[in-house]
Write a protein that binds this ligand. Sequence first.
Ligand SMILES: [Zn+2]
Length: 306
Amino acid sequence: MIHLISKKVLLFAAVCLMLSSCGQKQAVPEPTPSATESNTTVPSAGTSTTPPDSESGPNQESQPQPENSTDPAKSAEQNKDDEQQNAQEPPANLYHINKAYNVVPNEEGTEKKVVLLTFDDGPKEQEMIDGLIDTLDKHKAKAIFFVNGYRVKSNPDLLQLIHDRGQIIGNHSWDHIDLKKETETSARKQVEDVQSIVEETIGEKPRFFRPPFGSGNDKLHQIVEENDMIYMTWSNGSLDWDSKNKNKPDAVIQNVMDQLHAGSNILMHELPWTVEALDELLTKLESKGYSFVDPDTISEKPEDTE
Ligand SMILES: [Zn+2]
């Protein structure tokens, strides 16, 4: 019985094979050439496209191209839109920094109840930078990161990270020294070497300068002006740098809230307890009706040409 069944099975299988091979004869040749085509194209496409994609990551410029090529009319419209967006890119000059280093509207009618957020003395660590910027993003806020040249030299990738995440880079001198005690030549080098390394790293120079310790003189103001930067110290110190506030995010928050006023130019630093404090601080500021100035909207004082 087993033999009979197995013979029948074999016969049946043989017939099936013949039928299926006949049926596939027309279908098989098609997949085969296409398979060989894909074999010839896939590796070349794979080797040529995959590594650049993985290196360049989110290459926004290359992505619209395939879409545009399928619909020329749309691509023209999109290009027009892109041009208009690019044309609108330079933000309006809404605010300036006054003599008390507050942020003040250029014209009546612009919101006065604003604060400027700043973080000095970096870039130090990716974890702290990401922590700060995650919170800034959550509150749709932009800040100025006043960097030191010697830290940028050690961590150019971190400067790039701050820039790539849409935050603003400021110049805080190369060595974080008291520039008032330096010769004009030395002070100039402290300022201009930072302009150079930032431009080499992210492709643009800082527009804002803050002297270490808030310490400057007429010569420094002149050097900063010659480098087309806006000079500022601050008008609201979080005291996060002070050892008595170390590991005390609540103290950092309280210090800012105690000094809070319209146009507060808030001095903070890239420090772990400031990273920890930021979300609650920004929430408190918002609950008091304050919004966050986009540093890109800060210009020179309109009538001040000296
Ligand atoms: Zn500093």
